[in-house]
Each structure stands twice: as C-alpha cells, then as structure tokens.
Design a protein around this ligand. Sequence first.
Ligand code: SAH
Ligand code: SF4
Ligand code: F3S
Length: 467
Amino acid sequence: MSKTFYIETFGCQMNAHDSEKVIGTLERQGYARVQDEVDAGLILYNTCSIRDKAEQKVFHRLNEYKKMQGEGKRFAVIGCVAQQEGEKIFEKAPYVSLVAGSASYRNLPEMLARLEAGETRITGLDDRQTDETFETEFTARSNPHRGYITIIEGCDKFCAYCVVPYTRGKERSRTAASVLVEARRMADEGFTEIQFLGQNVNSYRDPSGRLSFAELLVAVGEIDGVRRVRFTTSHPRDFTKDIVEAIDATPTLCDHIHLPVQSGSSAVLKAMAREYTRDWYLERMSWIHGAKRDISITSDMIVGFPGETDADFEETITLLGQVKYDAVFAFKFSPRPNTPAITMADSIPDAVKTERLKILMDRQREIQREHYGRHLGQIQECMVESHNAVRGQVVGRSSQNKTVNFVMPRDVSLGAVLPPIGSYLPVRITKTLPNCLVGEALEAEPGVAEEMFFVPAERKNQFVVLQ
Ligand code: SAH
Ligand code: SF4
Ligand code: F3S
C-alpha cells in the first residue's frame, strides 16, 4: 500500500473538523494527501447517519469503492455510520479494512500501523465508556482564517429520534486550559475567527472546574488577535443566561445563537424526550430578545415526528412568528436504527411530512423577508470570504453569520482593489433579501485602510487588483 490517502467527508461541522484532525494525524504518520481517489493507497470515507438519506449515500459510495478494489488499495470507513454499523460493514463490503468511530481516533496511529502490517479487519469502536477526547497538535485546518475547536465530544441527551448518542459516545469535555492553548496557538498562526464545536456545545463542563462555558467563551474572545468567536450547537436544556450576558459584554463574541427547538408543541417535545416545554424555550428566547445587542437566533426543526397532529404542527408555525428566527434548518422525521423513535409507528405519511415542510419553509421565508429588513442602512462588519475580481463583487459574512454580497467603492484610494480573503471591513447595507444582505463597502480614508481592514500581518500583500 502506498502511503498516499484520499478522504471524503459527509455530515456536520464536527465531522468536517474530525477530518481535519485525521488528515493532520495521517500526514504526521508520513502519508501524503492526494486529490483524486485513483491515486490513493488509502481511501477514507468519513460518514454521517443522521437521516436515512445520509446513510444510503454511504452504502452507495461503498459500492463504487468495490469497482476500485484489487489495485492495491485499502479502504477505511470512519465516522458515524462506522460506529453505528461496526463489523457489519466488513460483511457488506469485504474490501474495507478499517472501521472506526470518532471516539477511537486518538488510536489512529496504532490502527494505521496494523493496516500497514497487512491486517484487514481493524476496528475502533466505542462502547460509551471512554472519557478521552481526540486532541492533536497536527490539525490540518482547511481555512487559514477561521478554525474550529471541538470543546466537547459526544452526547448524553438521547432525544428519541437521534443517532448521535450511539455514534459519538458519551459527553466529555476538554479542559479549559487545553482549549485556551489551542486557541492561542491558532491566533498566533493568524486565525482571527474561532468556532467552538460540540453536539451540545453549551453542555461543556471544564473537567478541571476552572471555567464555565460562558467564561471560556469570554477568555477566548480576549485573546490577542481573535476577532470573532462562534459556538454551535447549543441545547436549550443547558442554555443559561450568562451566555447572553457574555455576548452582551464581549464584542468579539458573535451576536448569533443557534438554539434548535425541533418543535413548537410541548406534547411533541415530550415525545421527543427533549425535556423542555414550549414555554421553557420561549423564556430562553426572552433572555436573548432582551439583550442589548441584536442577537440573531437560528434553529433546527423536525416535521412529522410520530404522532404530530395538525394542531401540534400549527404550534410550530406560530412559534416561528413569535421567535422570528433568522434561519431555520427543517427536516422530515427519518426513523433511525437504535433510537426509541424507531419503535414508534412512523405515523405521518411522507406526503404530509412534505407538505408540512413546505408550509414551514414558506412561512419562515416570509419572516426572513421582513425581519432582515431591520439591517437596511446599518453598517455591518464583514469578514471577506470570496470575491469575483471580474465583477468586483465581494462575499462576506457578518458577525450574525449572514452572507453579505457587496461591492467596493470605486472612486477612492482603495477603490481599485479587492480586499484579501479573511480581512474585515465595514459595509453599508443597501438592500435586504430573505437569505442575504446586499451592500457597499465604506470609503476608506487613505492611511486608515490597515486598521479598517484588519488584515492579518502575514497576509498584507495579498490585495487583488481589479481589472
Ligand atoms: N445536537 C444538536 C443537533 C444535532 S443533529 C441538537 O440537539 O440540537 C442536527 C439536526 O438534525 C437536529 O437538530 C435535528 O433537527 C435533525 N435530526 C436529527 N435526527 C433526525 C432524524 N432522525 N430525522 C430528522 N431530523 C433529524
Ligand atoms: Fe441528537 Fe438530541 Fe444529542 Fe442533539 S441533543 S445530538 S438531537 S440526541
Ligand atoms: Fe452526522 Fe454524525 Fe454529525 S450522524 S450530523 S456526522 S454527529
């Protein structure tokens, strides 16, 4: 087997970040990454099983692997489907040599050595026992400006519909000290945005007892060079007022909270085992709505959970109007293996789920069309994500995590250049759409460009000249 690898990643940000750590670990072990699977000695597939469709994709891809076997290639299935299906993957796809869930990645070097020695049935599976987290200095972050740090792994919540507690092991947090060391190193390397990750990021409990979640946010926000701190995903059950207070008091903490509600009906929430009611959730919303800063709120929702009546669904729709989310990710309930909901009758026909999903998204779009209007005329700081040099258009992201499409002023000193990717600049919002903002960068006074653009030192010479 040649020491080259190809990796494909599906699923959430935790999976994306796990892949960055897996890539760093493989490179550390002397492997070189290739961009085409044809050239790879080792093909890894980092999988997701949150809904049936995601899992089907995995088995579809595994069938494609089949055609490539016999060329001295090794195959590894990692991530959530690996943990869920375990050794059954070897039966379904005998050409796979390694099956490993995320809670075993810290043993990757040892598993790779066994692979190199010719073993063909290597497993790294978790039994929800481990307290260890996967920490490595060798993370190959794909974006040089904004980077993830997983501060808490696993999930202990066991919502009735969800595979995650079975695929990611039990809840375990890193120490605040180790998170701070990593954040400081990232800031030194030029990262200006840090995003904390966790399936329930705010269930974070510092094993050393030093800092609360809100205190850790503030501590990272105070690191020199850190301009933005985000965190996702929060769980309503562990959502405390001090998180809102920390955002209010710390400008580097982004004014955005993703707090999935799943349903607006207390009866459905009970059946989902979310362990909160509509009113309890709305009380958290009132804390956020009462903040000094305009904190953007986003959510996930499931339609068609077993037993969801028209009246239950109507409560989800009225909740949309009450909260005024800036974005909602809505899904049709998908029965998943191992979960309690799989034994409940999947009582809502697919056509009804589809219809409810459409009603929900239409209503939400209306709300966003109106609610985004509050930004008209505002000046928002944007981080530059990409640009089109020919058209002179720039795509940026606001602190609230909104996409802002804007143009540079053309008739002033900086008018002829596009700002570097990863720089920050103020943009006046001239138009609002349901899913993004449109604007114009503010004119820069000669000489103040540097402060205004906040260009990380090592990237100062990367201005792109407009044609
Ligand atoms: N830990 C986060 C969410 C993780 S999964 C939380 O508790 O909010 C991301 C989203 O996928 C969930 O919020 C939920 O809306 C959706 N989801 C999870 N399991 C699902 C299922 N079986 N069917 C449909 N959607 C599901
Ligand atoms: Fe899944 Fe619930 Fe855990 Fe979120 S809190 S990952 S929805 S079990
Ligand atoms: Fe999917 Fe696993 Fe994330 S199931 S959504 S990759 S935690």
